[in-house]
Ligand binder design. Structure first.
Ligand SMILES: [Ca+2]
Ligand SMILES: [Ca+2]
Ligand SMILES: [Ca+2]
Length: 338
């Protein structure tokens, strides 16, 4: 075995170790806060133009920044005192939602009791980010199959999520081709890496998400449902009133990449999840859905490409690993030819 090949094998194992040392529970890419990859030019109603990092969740900076502050509430007999929140921080974690790709806040025109009130989507599992969060209705989702026997009191929500780390792991696993390696030592190392990658992919497939409303809503007759192939099917979710900055109604559920709740059309994990979901209520007569004229688009938006700010150990390790695998392959072929 040539000295260069031995060196490459060491690099291969180090790179693999770096990737696989990143636990699924670690927010390896630093998501949740900070700039993702773009600046967004925003013009406020007062005509002030500025540039702000866009977190890439599909909701304009100016919309997230407009999430209203919540007053602190005094205690009552039934509920404890709750602190207020700052404007633009609708999930009350101390960070502006417009700088969090795992948090998206916007006005919901389909909230029948309070059209235009803010709703927030939070992704609670590290590495998964929001790519789209949009209020929608059965009429928009599928005009041919609008339920006539029920109502969606807060509409439906189109949710698209993405996990770049998972995507990278899947690409590497799909390109390993251990069976093409003749060297028994390399083949053994390759198969071990393949098994570790499979375990890492499996550990990252489930995603916990939560919808936060801006108030306590009577949810006693809610049934959370997901639109699947022309029908609305019940979906396991926890609906409750809890203090998240203040007392409010929340819906929490789990999605599985390539499994339950993921309707992106790919059976296996692919690092992407698509989920149209919302609470449905059976009613004797369907109340008309109020459509408020709330716009979720910024007055002025333009995107300026800038250098990304989310370099991470995981991404670097993935790149090194892919490169090393390629180089090892070339070295093996060269050695065979020699
Ligand atoms: Ca926040
Ligand atoms: Ca955000
Ligand atoms: Ca998927």
């Amino acid at each position: 075995m040539g000295k260069y090949l031995r060196l490459l094998i060491v690099m291969f194992m180090l790179a693999a170790g770096a990737v696989l040392a990143v636990p699924a529970s670690t927010n390896a890419l630093g998501f949740g806060s900070g700039c993702n990859s773009q600046l967004q030019k925003v013009e406020t109603e007062e005509g002030v133009t500025s540039s702000q990092c866009d977190d890439g969740d599909g909701v304009p900076v100016v919309v997230e920044n407009a999430a209203p502050a919540q007053e602190s509430t005094p205690p009552t007999e039934d509920t404890p005192a709750t602190p207020g929140t700052a404007q633009g921080d609708h999930n009350a974690d101390g960070v502006q939602d417009s700088q969090q790709s795992q948090v998206a806040s916007l006005p919901n025109p389909n909230d029948q009791a309070a059209p235009g009130s803010y709703v927030t989507l939070e992704v609670l599992t590290p590495d998964w980010n929001i790519k789209e969060f949009a209020p929608t209705t059965p009429e928009q989702v599928d005009p041919e199959n609008v339920p006539q026997d029920s109502n969606f009191p807060v509409g439906l929500f189109d949710i698209k999520l993405e996990n770049k780390t998972l995507e990278g792991l899947i690409v590497i696993k799909n390109n390993l081709n251990c069976n093409n390696i003749r060297s028994s030592i390399l083949k053994k190392a390759c198969l071990k890496l393949d098994a570790q990658l499979a375990a890492q992919i499996e550990a990252r497939r489930d995603v916990e998400v939560r919808l936060l409303f801006d108030r306590v809503i009577d949810h006693s007759d809610w049934q959370v449902q997901q639109y699947v192939d022309g029908e609305y099917a019940n979906y396991d979710a926890v609906v409750k009133d809890e203090v998240v900055g203040f007392l409010r109604t929340t819906i929490t559920w789990t999605l599985r990449d390539g499994g339950e709740g993921d309707l992106d059309g790919v059976i296996e994990a692919n690092g992407k999840i698509s989920d149209p979901i919302g609470p449905r209520v059976a009613v004797a007569s369907v109340a008309p859905v109020t459509q408020a004229s709330v716009s979720t688009t910024a007055a002025t938006q333009s995107r300026l490409a800038v250098t990304g700010g989310n370099g991470s150990l995981a991404v670097i390790a993935l790149i090194v690993l892919v490169a090393t695998i390629s180089v090892v392959g070339i070295a093996i072929r060269s050695e065979r030819r020699a």
